[in-house]
Structure formats: C-alpha cells, structure tokens
Write a protein that binds this ligand. Structure first.
Ligand code: CP
Ligand code: NVA
Length: 300
C-alpha cells in the first residue's frame, strides 16, 4: 500500500490490517502509551473544501505520532492561482513526507500520487471518502465485534459516502443495501464493482433497505459544492430520512452512524440523532485512530 486514494485499491487484508493497527493505537492513546512512530515526519494537508473533523484529527494525529502537520489552504497555495497539481506534487515531494488532500475531483488526487513520490491520502473528494469509511468500519467492529455478514444500510444521496461505504462494506464481507432516489445513484464504477456481489442491493425504498439492518447510515442530501442544488434536493430526497419509523424495521440493536456534519430533520431526525449520539461521536473519534493507522502504514 503506497497511497490511500480510494478503498477499491485496497484488499480486504489491507483494510483489516489498518483496522487492527487503529485499534492498537487507540488502546495505546487511551492508556498513555507513547507511540512516536512518525518522529521527524511532516504531513502537508491541502484543503479546497471546509473541514472540522478531517483537519483536526489529522493534525492532532500527526502530533501524537511525534510528527508535524502543515495546514495548506488552497487559497494560499499557488494551486489556487492555477499552478498544476503535477508541479505541486513534485515540489512538495522535495520538502515533506506525505500529503493529505481534500478536493473536488478524484483525478486531482490521483495526479498528486502519480507525479509526486510521497504517499497521498484522500481526505474526501466528490467520489470517495476512504478515511471516513475506515473509521466507520472500525466503529461497527467495536460495537458488534465483527463485520462479516452484518447488514449495512445506507439511505440518501449516492455520493462520496455511498461510494466508499459500498466498496468498503462489500470488501470486508458485509451485506450492503442502499436506498437512493432515482437520478442520484452512486458512481458507475462503484456499481460495476458492487453488482458482481450477491450481497449488494440498490433500491429506491428506504423501508425495504433498512429491514433487519445491523447498521443504518446516512449523509447530507447536498454535499459540499452542491449548495446551489439544496432546494431541489430537499424535494427529491423527501422520504429518504432516518427516523423512528425507519428504525422500527431495522434490528432492535441496530446502530446509526453519520459522518457529520448532519442536517437535522432533513436526512435524520433530531430524535434518532440524539438517541444514537454515542455511536455517532465514537465514529467521529475513530477518525483520529483510523487515520493514525493510515499515516503509520504509509509514512512509518
Ligand atoms: N466527516 C468529515 O469528513 O467531517 P469534516 O468535513 O468536518 O472533515
Ligand atoms: N458527502 C459530504 C460528506 C462530508 C464529510 C460532503 O461531501 O460534503
């Protein structure tokens, strides 16, 4: 494993090995056992979109590993004035040991990896959010003690989260059931991968998708960069909400997760959000531990 660009690049074994390392680093962190595994290493973090969790967890994670994280806003970099990503990659490779990037196009992340000679981590693109889904799988395993055979249900937009959850969930042996409005389906490449699995279904009925689910996950109806479509999406996504009625058909002990930020009373009701807040914020916490595992594997 040289980069973390998207989960389809990883084998099941690589994903599970990252989760095992994440569990170990979490244990060490909680027990005050030092793990300066990246002493003297620098991570550059390029952000072309807003972030709370990704930015803070990567920065804190690098510090806890004995390294340094540099926040690089694209407004301040020459990239914001049109310098090609290929040149940015070759320049940064001369100074630092790894790059985390949050941007729009997946192609940009792939180009950084191709032209630079340091590890590149995808901190969210319009196509994928692999760091989030590693944290999600880690959280499910913490609560359920396994992943294999569990039913993961995702309700909402066929966006970066739907893409990465589908690939990640299927890779680790989960059943993946999506309820997505017509016209908002996940990426074609993801569907091509998923449709070869008998444990995958793409539906338009949330109640069917959620039936007997072990884990119910949702995400915002309008992702970053799609704010202009907000009104249209509110109309198109009506009924694709995680609420009390939907949870009544899931398993009685079903978890609810959300990558955050959440829009209450849109994709999830306040009632269900607060009822499952422990899981949702454990999920947010696990971004830290899962990403530290990624950083150690790639830069250690
Ligand atoms: N879930 C997530 O990636 O959060 P941020 O946008 O705050 O980084
Ligand atoms: N789908 C959301 C996820 C935010 C973490 C977005 O891309 O804005």
């Amino acid at each position: 494993m040289k980069h973390l660009l998207k989960l389809s690049d990883l084998t099941k074994k690589e994903i599970l090995s990252l989760l095992n390392l994440a569990d170990q680093l979490k244990y060490e962190h909680k027990h005050g056992i030092p793990h300066s595994l990246l002493k003297g290493k620098t991570l550059g973090m390029i952000f072309q979109k807003s972030s709370t969790r990704t930015r803070v967890s990567f920065e804190a994670g690098m510090y806890q590993l004995g390294g340094y994280a540099m926040f690089l806003s694209s407004n301040d970099l020459q990239i914001g004035r049109g310098e090609p990503v290929e040149d940015t990659a070759r320049t940064l490779s001369r100074y630092i040991d790894g790059i985390m990037i949050r941007t729009f196009e997946q192609k940009e992340v792939e180009s950084l990896a191709e032209y630079g000679n340091i590890p590149v981590i995808n901190g969210l693109t319009d196509f994928a959010h692999p760091c989030q889904v590693l944290a999600d799988l880690m959280t499910v395993r913490e609560y359920k003690n396994r992943l294999d055979g569990l039913k993961l249900c995702y309700i909402g937009d066929g966006n970066n989260m739907a893409n990465s959850l589908t690939v990640g969930g299927l890779k680790v042996g989960m059943k993946v059931s999506l309820a997505i409005p017509k016209g908002y389906e996940p990426d074609e490449k993801v569907l091509a991968f998923a449709e070869s699995h008998s444990d995958f279904e793409l539906l338009h009925e949330p109640m069917v998708a959620a039936t007997n689910a072990d884990v119910v996950i949702t995400d915002v109806w309008a992702s970053m960069g799609m704010e202009k479509e907000q009104e249209q999406r509110i109309a198109d996504f009506k009924g694709y909400q995680v609420n009390r009625e939907l949870m009544a058909v899931a398993k009685p002990d079903a978890m609810v997760m959300h990558c955050l930020p959440a829009h209450r009373e849109e994709e999830i009701t306040t009632e269900i959000f607060e009822k499952h807040a422990k899981e949702i914020f454990d999920e947010a916490e696990n971004r830290l531990h899962a990403q530290k595992a990624v950083l150690v594997k790639l830069m250690g």
